[in-house]
Design a protein around this ligand. Structure first.
Ligand code: NAD
Length: 479
């Protein structure tokens, strides 16, 4: 049975789209059609932005509710998401190939957690009264920025959506969400949850479509802030548009992070964490540490450990509980990854495991390890967004820092060591927005984001909320 939607969720209602165009959804493991949604058009974005702007301007509406009242609404939204948690995991897994066990964690539970987290934060948030240096005092207030255009990719669609909309809604903003065309069925289920939770009309609107529709939303005169996660190329183009408009923008872009194995590390004790930091979600996460930096004296041993780990990975049906790795999201993505594997061989890298396709249907690529990779090889520099690791030797810690930091990106990173304090000292030297010691996880309390080509701004933590708020200083007692 396929899942077919005929209407869009705009202004708190399911309404007929402006055009008859649809987005078909194809399973990456069976190559069968599993559903469709209407494709949004410029007219639908106009309607969504108008609804969001009207909701934002309502003097008794969402933006003017106190934080506690918004938090109650977000808690109801979280409950409705949790009721649909298993269905959300199944839809994500069926659309993008994410192993179901991971989808339950990232896509079912995390969004509700973020709504609760930011709800609690705005419930407690007070104006800040600061004693002045020139006499009197200043009251620093925070107000919601306005209408947010949120554009998300397909790889971790629900978690990434809520990195944006949980703080935006908690702050009092209203949102127009544009999901990626590959993952729309989960976005429509999320809209059903919002509706069931009684979110006020216009506060959250969902218009799916491709790149052109995203660009239209970015430049729409009714949008006050853009929040984007996706490729660096698209991020540059969005940054240009927002620069011209002087429109605030948060950009979470690509990565090519390093897993630095220090000479005292015992990797075999941490294989599950190492897998999580390097190959999770079929290699399709922006912060994955796909460059493994190994001390030259232990190079062969570490290549063997990583190779043996990869040999144990169960590749197969993403809906099976036992699967650790599913297919890539699309034929295009598989071709891209295979192109990189060919480039790795051409540059002189040696495949120690994988390197080919697997399965008789679906867009499966074998998890692959390259040894003999130099930092200047294409596969060590460019984001592959697939299950391909490069093991690169280093001679001493200073050289490891230099290689780790030679990337154009700076999003994630990990340090593997028997001495966590040494790991933390090393982590300070890595040019990146986030680094994990003996593992990696985006904790909701800590800012997440990148430097260099990995983007601008931070999500999560209190910083994630403040990016949806305008600050105003009211100078008191000026007589
Ligand atoms: P993509 O940039 O092609 O698309 C992402 C989203 O942006 C989609 O919704 C797409 O329709 C839209 N889009 C594309 N071009 C646009 C434009 N010019 N203007 C407005 N919208 C546009 O990326 P993708 O290939 O779908 O996703 C994979 C990329 O996302 C990888 O590079 C990955 O590293 C990155 N990513 C980054 C993070 C992060 O937090 N830093 C998280 C996940 C994915």
């Amino acid at each position: 049975m396929t899942i077919e939607y005929t209407d869009l969720y705009l202004d708190g209602r399911w309404v007929a789209p402006a055009t008859a165009s649809i987005i078909p959804v194809i399973s990456p493991s069976t190559e069968q059609r599993i559903g469709s949604v209407p494709e949004g058009s410029a007219a639908d974005i106009d309607a969504a932005v108008a609804a969001a702007a009207t909701a934002f301007a309502d003097p008794a509406g969402w933006a003017h509710w106190d934080g506690a009242r918004r938090a109650e609404a977000l808690a109801r939204f979280a409950d409705e998401l949790l009721k649909r948690g298993e269905e959300t995991a199944i839809r994500v897994s069926s659309q993008n190939g994410m192993p179901i066990s991971l989808a339950r964690q990232f896509e079912s539970g995390f969004p509700a957690l973020l709504l609760q987290y930011y709800g609690a934060m705005v419930t407690d948030q007070q104006d800040d009264i600061r004693p002045g240096m020139l006499g009197g005092s200043t009251m620093v207030t925070r107000s919601p920025i306005g209408v947010v255009g949120a554009i998300v990719p397909w790889n971790v669609p629900q978690a990434i959506t809520f990195l944006k909309i949980a703080p935006a809604l908690a702050a009092g903003c209203t949102v127009v969400l544009k999901p990626a065309p590959e993952t729309v069925l989960d976005a429509f289920l999320m809209a059903e949850a919002a509706h069931a939770a009684g979110m006020p009309p216009g506060v959250l609107n969902v218009v799916p479509g491709g790149r052109d529709l995203g660009a239209y939303l970015v430049s729409h005169p009714g949008v006050d802030k853009v929040s984007f996660t996706g490729s660096t190329a698209a991020g540059r183009s969005i940054a240009r548009a927002c620069g011209e408009l002087l429109r605030p923008v948060t950009l979470e872009l690509g990565g090519k992070s390093a897993a630095v194995v220090l000479d005292d590390a015992n990797l075999t004790d941490d294989l599950e964490s190492f897998f999580g930091a390097t190959l999770l979600n079929n290699g399709q996460i922006c912060w994955l540490c796909t460059r493994v930096l190994a001390p030259a004296a232990r190079y062969d041993e570490i290549v063997d450990t990583v190779t043996d780990l990869v040999k144990t990975i169960t590749v197969g049906d993403p809906l099976s509980d036992d699967t650790l790795m599913g297919p890539l999201v699309s034929a295009r993505q598989r071709d891209r990854v295979e192109g990189y594997i060919a480039a790795g061989r051409k540059d002189g890298g040696r495949v120690t495991v994988g390197g080919g396709r697997t399965g008789d249907r679906g867009w499966f690529v074998e998890p692959t390890v390259f040894a003999g990779v130099r930092p200047d090889h294409t596969i060590a520099r460019e984001e592959i967004f697939g299950p391909v690791l490069s093991v690169i030797p280093y001679t001493d810690e200073d050289q490891a820092v230099a290689v780790a930091n030679s990337s154009d990106y700076g999003l994630g990173g990990t340090v593997w060591t028997a001495d966590p304090e040494r790991g933390a000292r090393f982590a300070r030297r890595i040019a990146s927005g986030t680094v994990g010691i003996n593992g990696y996880a985006n904790d909701p309390t800590a800012p997440f984001g990148g430097i260099k080509n990995s983007g601008m701004g931070r999500e999560l933590g209190p910083e994630g909320l403040s990016s949806y708020q305008n600050l105003k200083s009211i100078y008191l007692d000026m007589r």
